[in-house]
Design a protein around this ligand. Structure first.
Ligand code: GLA
Length: 761
């Protein structure tokens, strides 16, 4: 709800307020972002100017207003505020000052439509209009939802001069408190590494300049008050609904305010604004909680699920998929695919995704991108024939595309070399490809027509939309490319809302809220090693709900890390996302099939909770613990890294249950490989066998060991403080109750309220 009275604006969501007021000279002064307060508190919450500080410049002699000090909602440049400015304009190549003051405001139901993807479905908006003495108009647009507020800006050049926009942030805000900024970065196969630093005099910047949101710098970040943890303390979560170059910064002033801003990266940016023209920034999302990082991310998850994900896919269960890439790469034909389909179906998969290699001369990554003719050598009955055959088996059919790129060795490039995104310097290739110039209408039309034609030619219910190289476009062109991309996605998928779109960019190079406005899920990383995924998925969980995270089980040793991990752990990690399998099923041993069947069955039983249940990261002494669910049912994943010698007692803490209720706790039935015990099997066998010999190798493929089983009841109170799990293997003998884990062992526990067993969301 938004209210205005006596110069005070009050925006209230569920359990939080956001307040600002107008100074005597019309600047919006930030008052509060936190627990619910009243607009009557404005005076009490406002900073008191006192007599000023030293050499500062007075903006207004009478009120002693000096723009360098108060907490502001926006600031200009060259008017005495020497903190970082959210705006930078040039006229004739020279920076010009700006000075925006309030002129009017408007409060409306729902979001104010933008030309960029934006939060939707509900909310209330405030458009605050400010004006500079020369006729520049700036609209600060706020929309308040239950769990977050969004902010963006629109600049209109109503002067008689052409100007160039070098920087225009989506928001600017001065927050109080001793804050730490946690940002996320990395690269291919190493997405979402986190870095935390105290906000101090040195500006902290998280910025992407690759042309896309990029794995190098995730757009979302956290600001935590010193001492805040997973379950307590003040945490702000901030993100940008944008897929292009982005920028976020935080810097502390001497007076103890933290200036925070986010928007399109100003690096090389320059957008010409002729008289009468305007520019819209992407929308930023701001979320507050005093319940720690878990409290903040639960809010953020609800916000993304309700206001970002397309309506047709909101809270809609995602199918368990099989993807052909890691198993086949480019080496497949219809017979091989159908054989894989049959096996995938037998394991419980619901959707078969044919990845790269189905079109043109695409037999390696050197050729074919840009072309859409189906390779009849591989698929004699075409996509339609393949899709129907899969449907007949009871599988849905999904298809991979990389529509934004072109290989120079392609029919499209031979016909339209000028459609590639180039600059005046010699061409540079990434994965043997160039990007298509999506700033051009005919290029956008070509993609829309061809992808649409393929989608309508076969029973395709899922699309993996990939993009595998960084851009060379700078500045305005880079932004125009992203606008072109949004147009293409809108034209293809808005008329086909039933297609489940999964965005991918060499893994998680475009895990952002802009893509999520079109694609309900994103391929989080080409790295499917479960231990690497613990970090990637855990950090993603700070900003994005599980239903947006594509998570697959693949072969071990893993292709990127050469790490050998138990199959059960690969499943236990992938459960906390949209589960899929991506390996050559023909190579599976009978025991592996049995384990996978068990995984898929278990996942389907609890899929709603895994994908949409409320997520918590739980601090533990020895491992990593994730939990999803509510007060009735909780699923807890507990993961270990290196197995310690003589491991000690281990408790599982399940906070937030009803203290007086009784719950059953049961571990998932998971299968262990015999060979992990090496020569030790001889201690329990009647005959002596060579652990490397054929008999043990054969037996290992057929017979599994069962992991120790956990099954007991406890009250919510006991579970809340931590219940004791059965012992781990200590090298002193065998007991069927032991957790027989090697390095990278794990399990998933189901904790259900007795006699209730209610379904939860
Ligand atoms: C990228 C994707 C992979 C796969 C390949 C196909 O690397 O991230 O998942 O689709 O392209 O070429």
């Amino acid at each position: 709800m938004i209210a205005y009275s006596d110069g005070v604006f009050s925006l209230s969501g569920k359990g939080f307020s956001y307040l600002f007021r107008l100074t005597g000279s019309g600047q919006p002064e930030h008052l509060h972002f936190g627990p619910v307060v009243s607009a009557r508190d404005a005076q009490a919450l406002a900073c008191k100017p006192g007599t000023g500080w030293g050499e500062s410049i007075l903006y207004d002699q009478d009120s002693k207003l000096c723009l360098n000090f108060p907490p502001l909602e926006w600031s200009g440049s060259g008017r005495g505020d020497y903190r970082e400015s959210p705006i930078w304009l040039e006229r004739n190549g020279e920076a010009i000052p700006t000075d925006f003051r309030y002129v009017s405001h408007e409060i409306v139901d729902g979001p104010i439509p933008s030309s960029l993807p934006q939060a939707r479905y509900g909310g209330e908006s405030l458009k605050l209009t400010l004006e500079d003495p020369r006729g520049l108009r700036l609209h600060l647009i706020y929309t308040v939802f239950d769990d977050a507020i969004t902010r963006r800006t629109v600049l209109e050049n109503n002067t008689k001069d052409a100007i160039t926009l070098r920087k225009l942030m989506s928001f600017c805000l001065d927050l109080p408190g001793k804050l730490e900024m946690t940002s996320f970065g990395g690269g291919w196969a190493a997405e979402m590494r986190s870095a935390t630093a105290s906000v101090s005099w040195n500006r902290i910047v998280s910025e992407s300049t690759t042309g896309f949101s990029s794995a190098r710098a995730q757009a979302g970040f956290l600001l935590c008050e010193e001492g805040a943890g997973e379950d307590s303390g003040v945490v702000y979560g901030i993100n940008l609904i944008y897929t292009g170059n982005h920028y976020a910064s935080a810097q502390r002033s001497l007076q103890g305010l933290n200036r925070v801003m986010q928007g399109i990266s100003p690096d090389s940016f320059g957008w010409p604004l002729a008289p009468g023209e305007g520019f819209e920034t992407p929308e930023a999302v701001l979320c507050w909680s005093d319940q720690g990082k878990n409290g903040m991310s639960q809010r953020m998850h609800r916000f993304v699920n309700r206001h970002i994900i397309p309506k047709a896919w909101q809270y809609r269960e995602r199918p368990v998929l099989y993807n052909s890439w890691e198993g086949c790469v480019f080496d497949f034909n219809q017979a091989r695919l159908l054989s894989l389909g049959k096996q995938a179906k037998d394991l419980g998969c619901e959707l078969f995704v044919l990845d790269d290699g189905w079109f043109g001369a695409r037999n390696s990554d050197t050729a074919g991108l840009g072309d859409y003719t189906v390779n009849r050598k591989k698929l004699p009955e075409g996509l339609d024939g393949l899709g129907r055959a899969l449907n007949k088996m009871g599988l849905q059919f999904g298809l991979w595309f990389e529509p934004e790129a072109v290989n120079p060795d392609s029919d499209l490039y031979r016909l339209h070399p000028d459609w590639a995104l180039t600059d005046e310097l010699p061409q540079l290739y990434g994965r043997n490809e160039l990007l298509l110039d999506l700033t051009r209408q005919e290029v956008r039309d070509y993609i829309v027509e061809n992808v649409s034609r393929v989608l309508d030619s076969a029973p395709i219910s899922y699309v993996k939309w990939d993009m595998n190289r960084s851009s060379i476009a700078l500045g305005a062109r880079a932004h125009r490319y992203i606008l072109g991309l949004y147009e293409v996605l809108d034209r293809i998928f808005t008329p086909r809302p039933e297609i489940l779109l999964e965005s991918c960019s060499s893994g998680g190079n475009r895990f952002d809220l802009g893509m999520l406005c079109f694609s309900p899920q994103v391929w989080a990383s080409d790295n499917t090693d479960p231990i690497a995924r613990l970090e990637i998925q855990q950090n993603l969980s700070c900003l994005y709900p599980q239903s947006t995270i594509g998570a697959h089980v693949s072969a071990a040793p893993h292709g990127q890390t050469l790490r050998n991990t138990p199959l059960y752990t690969r499943g236990n990690v992938a459960f906390f996302g949209c589960l899929g399998y991506e390996l050559d099923l023909k190579e599976l041993a009978a025991v592996e099939r049995q384990e996978i069947r068990g995984q898929v069955e278990f996942y389907k039983k609890y899929r709603r909770i895994f994908q949409f249940g409320s997520f918590r990261r739980i601090s533990t002494e020895e491992g990593i613990c994730w939990q999803v669910g509510d007060v009735h049912t909780r699923l807890a994943g507990l993961y270990h890294l290196l197995q310690p010698t003589a491991p000690g007692y281990e408790r599982l803490r399940v906070p937030g249950l009803k203290p007086g209720k009784t719950y059953t706790l049961e571990s998932r039935r998971q299968l262990l490989r015999m060979r992990q015990f090496g020569g030790m099997v001889n201690h329990v066998l009647p005959v002596k066998l060579n652990p490397e010999g054929a008999v043990i190798r054969q037996a290992d493929r057929r017979y599994a060991m069962k992991d120790g089983r956990e099954h007991f009841t406890a009250t919510g109170a006991a579970l809340g403080q931590g219940v004791m799990l059965s012992a781990r293997f200590t090298g002193t003998g065998y007991d069927p109750d032991l957790r027989l884990h090697t390095d990278f062992g794990s399990n998933v526990y189901v904790i259900e309220e007795e006699a209730s067993h209610e379904k939860s969301e």
